[in-house]
Design a protein around this ligand. Structure first.
Ligand code: MCA
Ligand code: AMP
Length: 497
């Protein structure tokens, strides 16, 4: 039996999830996920790693479907609930999903893709209770594929990162012990559930340890502070943009409310930041508000978490910490030399936490690893007094905005489809709130092009978080002697607007 299911059996009567004002015990989660598994199996013994895409809002049902897919022997493919149709189509087609499940809110958006020949389509309401005791669920060996999450990189199309149950169990168990999760913990999930941060660090770690996960209906500072005020939540994890937004909101509150929030925050056991660099100013301000030194850690879809500041011991501002237990980390220069302290190099990772492959992309998988099996992260770091510090990335085409990893090339590819554009270059420019802001410099065919319309068109093609926030119309893009667009010069263009 999968470890997370085995663990849940130890906490049957305890509250696992709170969503939409309702509490669900581990027993409810086990029962509902078994019902889902049986329905998905539809009389078969095992789904045999069929990809099952699901578009379900964060909450009890989301977790029940994820577990149900795993328990039936399927591979879970969570669909981002804010994706427009082209992005959903890409993920469903790329994974060759054989089953697609939709919550009631998403049936209309998925409908144009539904065709009996492509996949079996279920609404979540099709999963009615059955007598689970009569049915036997398959035994799932942990070397089987469990999850496919999409990540953007230095290719124009997002890649599906395949992790096995072994990978997930390594990622979860390492964090549970490093950050000392226990069944007495209570956390709140405000993160999207198509990425590692929300799925693994928040939900899976909590449930693995028998703790409670509460879901909010989307992120807003009011909702987060409102949930904190109830006094039960003691663990919080978020991206730096969220801390920035909480700080801005708090700054504008009357003194009495500020003091109440501060009192609540002081009782927390742990507060973590990650997915993007935590500005020292945000860390210091949060410390002032909450009394907590944020624990910053470093991760990636392909590895889960790799490096973390200590739970006990010094958490250093501007540093991501030290390798987690079971994760081997090295820094390598362009010539393949292993770097010593104080000399920068690319972070490379080995361990049971590292993903199996990019789905259907053998060449990309091979390129992502060294000959001796180290995963090349593309992040450049240096070690100072034993602590790792991120210096940047080896590609200018990877942008981090709001904690999301975004490929400039993917956005350019979409922009180029617009009939009024001759050329374009997308870059990330520094931004206090979002980390980086996605912006595009465009060469237009018709000077009368309405940028508002261009923006709306982009939003119909891609999730909002990937779309440019500013457009700059230029006669031509800056290029070097070889004719290649020089992205640093493109960034410069935005300094003056
Ligand atoms: C949204 N807006 C933006 C951006 N995104 N503006 C600039 N840059 C952006 N990136 C605008 C919207 O267009 C809208 O404005 C307004 O902000 C509110 O939009 P909304 O979508 O409601 O934003 P939000 O709910 O406030 O979202 C902010 C957020 C979100 C909560 C920080 O971006 C988020 O959940 N980020 C976390 C992503 C994550 O989990 N990453 C982990 C992957 P208007 O109305 O004018 O259009 S990394 C990972 O998993 C690895 C393993 C790791 O290390 O963790
Ligand atoms: P993703 O591909 O969405 O999983 O994003 C992973 C990337 O996020 C990493 O390769 C880093 O570039 C970045 N990242 C994650 N955590 C941190 C951090 N604490 N500081 C700086 N960058 C981070």
């Amino acid at each position: 039996m999968l470890q997370i299911i085995q663990n849940a059996n130890q906490y049957l009567a305890k509250t696992a999830i709170i969503s939409n004002g309702e509490s669900f015990a581990f027993e409810n989660l086990l029962e509902k996920s078994a019902q889902i598994a049986i329905k998905l199996l539809n009389g078969e013994k095992d789904l045999h790693q069929k990809r099952v895409a699901f578009m379900v809002s964060p909450g009890f049902e989301y977790v029940a479907f994820q577990w149900g897919i795993w328990r039936a022997g399927g591979v879970a493919v969570p669909l981002c609930i804010t994706y427009p149709l082209p992005s959903l189509k890409y993920v469903i087609e790329d994974t060759a999903a054989e089953i697609v499940i939709s919550g009631p809110e998403y049936v209309d958006i998925l409908q144009p893709l539904v065709h009996p020949k492509t996949f079996i389509f279920y609404k979540t309401s099709n999963f009615s209770p059955k007598n689970v005791a009569e049915s036997v669920l398959p035994e799932i060996s942990t070397d089987r594929n469990a999850l496919i999450l999409y990540t953007s990189g230095t290719t124009s199309l997002p890649k599906g990162v395949v992790t096995t149950h072994d990978n997930l169990e390594a990622q979860i168990s390492t964090l549970v012990s490093a950050w000392q999760w226990t069944s007495a913990d209570h956390t709140v999930c405000v993160l999207p559930l198509h990425h590692v941060h929300g799925i693994i660090n928040v939900i899976s770690c909590a449930l693995w340890a028998g703790a409670t996960v509460e879901f909010l209906d989307g992120f807003s500072p009011e909702k987060v502070f409102g949930a904190f005020a109830l006094g039960k939540i003691n663990v919080f994890m978020a991206v730096p943009t969220i801390y920035f937004k909480l700080i801005t909101y708090w700054d504008n509150l009357p003194e009495t409310e500020k003091a109440e929030i501060t009192e609540n925050l002081k009782k927390f056991r742990l507060m973590v930041s990650g997915s993007a660099a935590l500005p020292v100013s945000v860390m210091e301000k949060w410390q002032e508000i909450s009394g907590h030194t944020l624990l910053e850690r470093y991760g990636m879809t392909e590895i889960g978490m790799g490096i973390s500041n200590p739970y006990d011991g010094e958490r250093k501002a501007g540093y991501i910490g030290k390798p987690l237990a079971g994760v081997a980390v090295r820094l390598i220069d362009e010539n393949g030399t292993i770097e010593k302290e104080e000399i920068p190099g690319e972070i490379q990772i080995k361990g049971a936490n590292v993903f199996k492959e990019y789905w259907g992309k053998t060449e990309a998988t091979e390129k992502a690893f060294t000959e001796d099996g180290w995963f090349k992260t593309g992040d450049v770091a240096v070690v100072e007094n034993g602590y790792y510090r991120i210096l940047g990335r080896d590609s200018v085409d990877i942008i981090k905005s709001g904690g999301y990893k975004i490929s400039a090339l993917e956005i350019e590819e979409v922009l180029r489809k617009h009939p009024q554009l001759d050329d374009c270059a997308v870059v990330g420019i520094p931004d206090e709130e979002w980390g980086e802001l996605v912006v595009a410099s465009v060469v237009v065919r018709n000077k009368a092009l309405d940028l508002k319309q261009l923006n709306e068109w982009m939003r119909s093609m891609m999730p909002a978080y990937k779309t440019p926030r500013k457009y700059l119309v230029v006669d031509e893009l800056p290029r070097n002697a070889m004719g290649k667009v020089t992205k640093n010069d493109v960034k410069e263009l935005f300094k003056n607007i």
